[in-house]
Design a protein around this ligand. Structure first.
Ligand code: AMP
Ligand code: MG
Length: 423
């Protein structure tokens, strides 16, 4: 039965193909002040408004001169001084030096800056210390070395992190066009669920997937729209799916296993869903459902593709988290207009043993903790967190990544170089 399900790679390829389709329809954009733009996706190309640097810039405090004239034997006469913020001086005559500070324009004619620590100054004359040399171009960044006026610096689709914000500021952009965040409906299902504000009666649990998925959506650049949890019956699910019609993406949690009260798939079918897959050979998360359904209204993504993707995530918290990262995040990134690729994997060295109880034929994603800060010149070390299965929310909260155990590798030994799924 399970061999009929797609492997992780096959399912990921399917999702990636849908994400690629979505990328043909960029979302609508709005103007965002630079101070509010971090974490958004750039909706315009960013061009250099002038050369960067805009003038030949000294990277040191020292003396600008012609490198060929600098020596320990023949001192050069210091004829002037420029500090950062001052206009460039005129042409430097041969045989002269010009005192200069970091960030100041280097005078025309000078082709290097001898750093302060490498020279000796006496009575208005400067010379290199014995055994010091000065090469042409040393400690000078030529005008336009980083970019020329009009150069494309960032394409639309770039995620705005601190460095991109700084670059936009350097180019004089007080505001930027940013894509609207996709509206992601989050529909949790289950008769056992009560909202976080309520006291659970015997047999009930608090709805933790709603807040978790909302946080994951927000972190991935979406606008979470948390719907009231739906009970496990056809009418409640039909009504909730109708309510979610205006979303750009629909995430449903729970109700996708093979149980008597797992009614999400038939409800989706009644709403006109077309299923891409209804299970993947992974653990946790095997019952994951992915498909698309007709779109009634345009949300942030005002495109005309007329389809809305949905994921039916298994309700166990670890399963929901893993399947979101593996499959929903790439679709969300595409809807957000982002060029970044998800999921994100990294290499690490395994510090612990994996258990021997993995089901054969499933790619496993085990809650783990990776010490990213241990060493700058060695692979980070990853250790499994002790866990009682895919319902163990406490283990999930102790983890900061998931160890990937490939289908064919039933067990991984300590010291092995492994892949981890980043959160
Ligand atoms: P299901 O996928 O509906 O069969 O649910 C699998 C397990 O996840 C059950 O133990 C549920 O109680 C639990 N579960 C389902 N939805 C949630 C939720 N929103 N928050 C916390 N646990 C949930
Ligand atoms: Mg359920």
């Amino acid at each position: 039965m399970s061999s009929a399900l797609p492997s992780y790679e096959e399912a990921a390829k399917r999702v990636a193909a849908c994400a690629a389709q979505l990328r043909q329809y960029p979302p609508s954009a709005e103007r965002a002040e630079l101070g509010q733009a971090a974490g958004r996706v750039l909706a315009q190309p960013l061009f250099a408004d002038r050369d960067q640097p805009p003038f030949a810039r000294s990277t040191r405090d020292g003396f600008a001169c012609r490198a060929a004239e600098a020596s320990a034997h023949l001192p050069l006469t210091v004829i002037g001084s420029t500090h950062a913020g001052e206009a460039p001086a005129g042409l430097l005559p041969p045989g002269a030096a010009w005192e200069i500070m970091t960030g100041a324009p280097v005078p025309a004619g000078a082709d290097a800056v001898a750093m302060l620590e490498h020279v000796e100054v006496q009575e208005g004359r400067v010379r290199l210390l014995p055994h010091k040399k000065l090469k042409r171009g040393e400690n000078v960044v030529a005008q336009g070395a980083q970019a020329h006026e009009g150069d494309l610096l960032l394409p639309a689709g770039t995620s705005l992190r601190p460095a991109q914000i700084a670059l936009a500021a350097a180019c004089g952009c007080a505001a930027l066009d940013a894509y609207l965040r996709p509206r992601v409906a989050i529909l949790t299902t289950g008769d056992e669920l009560v909202p976080v504000e309520s006291s659970p009666a015997p047999g009930q649990i608090r709805n933790s997937n709603g807040p978790m998925l909302a946080a994951m959506v927000a972190a991935a650049g979406g606008d979470p729209w948390v719907l009231p949890a739906a009970a496990d019956n056809a009418q409640a699910l039909d009504a909730a799916l109708a309510q979610a019609a205006e979303a750009d993406l629909l995430l449903i949690s729970g109700g996708v296993s093979a149980g008597k009260f797992d009614l999400v798939e038939p409800a989706l079918a009644r709403a006109g869903a077309r299923f891409h897959f209804t299970g993947v050979r992974i653990q946790p998360g095997k019952p994951l459902v992915f498909g698309e359904m007709p779109r009634r209204h345009a949300g942030a993504n005002q495109n005309e593709h007329g389809t809305k993707y949905f994921f039916g995530l298994p309700g166990n918290p670890v399963s929901s988290a893993v399947t979101f990262l593996l499959f929903a995040a790439p679709v969300l990134a595409a809807l957000a207009g982002s060029l970044e690729s998800f999921p994100r994997f990294a290499l690490a060295r395994l510090a612990t043993e994996t258990d021997k109880h993995g089901k054969p034929g499933l790619t496993r994603f085990l809650p783990s903790h990776c010490d990213f800060g241990a060493s700058a010149n060695q692979l980070p070390e990853v250790a499994l967190v002790s866990s009682h299965g895919s319902g163990d929310l406490a283990a999930l909260a102790r983890a900061n990544c998931f160890l990937v155990v490939p289908e064919e590798a039933q067990q991984l030994e300590p010291g092995a170089i492994v892949h981890i799924l980043l959160t």
